[in-house]
Design a protein around this ligand. Structure first.
Ligand SMILES: O=C(O)CCC(=O)C(=O)O
Length: 238
């Protein structure tokens, strides 16, 4: 029974919700202690790469250069099980990104759809809160149902890596949700779900880890990833 729950953690209602809204929040995907350990390992990995405190606050690991400690988290069966419920039984991990916002790097990420950064088949990402995150310290905000539409993106380089954005006038009449979460909670979101984040105006650090996956049974012509880690089923891509 426990094993069954690990492999199929979402209820049918939660799966419907994901398909309707383009995202779902899973409370305490990881326990508080696990999320703290993951945060420390993220910091250690960045320090070793001399990337801790880099200019952008963002660092990306591809699957073939993944830190061994981070590999454990992004291939965890709790994530893999949920992704399989949302995209199908063939799942591969692609890459993971840490986002560090602090007193001097408090940027709000602009409204965007991740798909424009990679194109090809649709992907799903999981945004794992390594700190409690709310509007004051830069949590995500998402507009439900926007994953059914491809928006026009404009290019504006603010120096934090988020160079694509949907202009504000395209958002009129939309109702964003502020996705406040506790450390260890996770937000699974479709790569067309229109999202951004609040500025971190709290003065305290805010860490998140965002891992990206795809349906491995679909041939993907994106040229962003040269490698992947198959988590379940088979892949037509690697
Ligand atoms: O974690 C954040 O502050 C922003 C993340 C985001 O918008 C993204 O990775 O696409």
């Amino acid at each position: 029974m426990v094993e069954q729950h690990m492999r199929h953690p979402l209820t049918a209602a939660q799966i419907d919700r994901y398909h309707e809204d383009g995202f779902i929040i899973v409370s305490q995907l990881f326990g508080e202690d696990e999320a703290l350990a993951c945060k420390q390992q993220t910091i250690d990995a960045l320090r070793e790469l001399k990337e801790l405190g880099n200019r952008s606050g963002v660092h990306v690991w591809m699957s073939d250069g993944l830190d061994p400690n981070l590999r454990r988290w992004v291939t965890d069966e709790r994530i893999a099980g949920i992704v399989a419920q949302l995209v199908g039984p063939n799942v591969e991990f692609l890459s993971v990104k840490s986002v560090f916002k602090h007193r001097d790097l408090r940027f709000a990420s602009p409204w965007h759809q991740d798909w424009f950064y990679w194109r090809g088949t649709n992907k799903i990402s999981v945004w794992v809160a390594l700190d409690d995150a709310m509007a004051e310290n830069g949590c995500l905000r998402i507009i439900p149902g926007t994953h059914h539409t491809v928006y026009e993106m404009e290019r504006v380089d603010a120096g934090n890596g988020f160079v694509l954005r949907v202009p504000d006038n395209a958002l009129q009449g939309q109702t964003p949700v502020t996705a406040a979460v506790r450390r260890g909670d996770a937000i699974f979101f479709h790569d067309l779900a229109l999202h951004g984040s609040h500025e971190n105006s709290s003065g305290a650090d805010r860490w998140s880890l965002i891992a990206t996956y795809r349906d491995a049974a679909l041939k993907d012509d994106s040229d962003v990833w040269k490698s992947a880690i198959v988590l379940s089923g088979h892949s037509v891509n690697v």
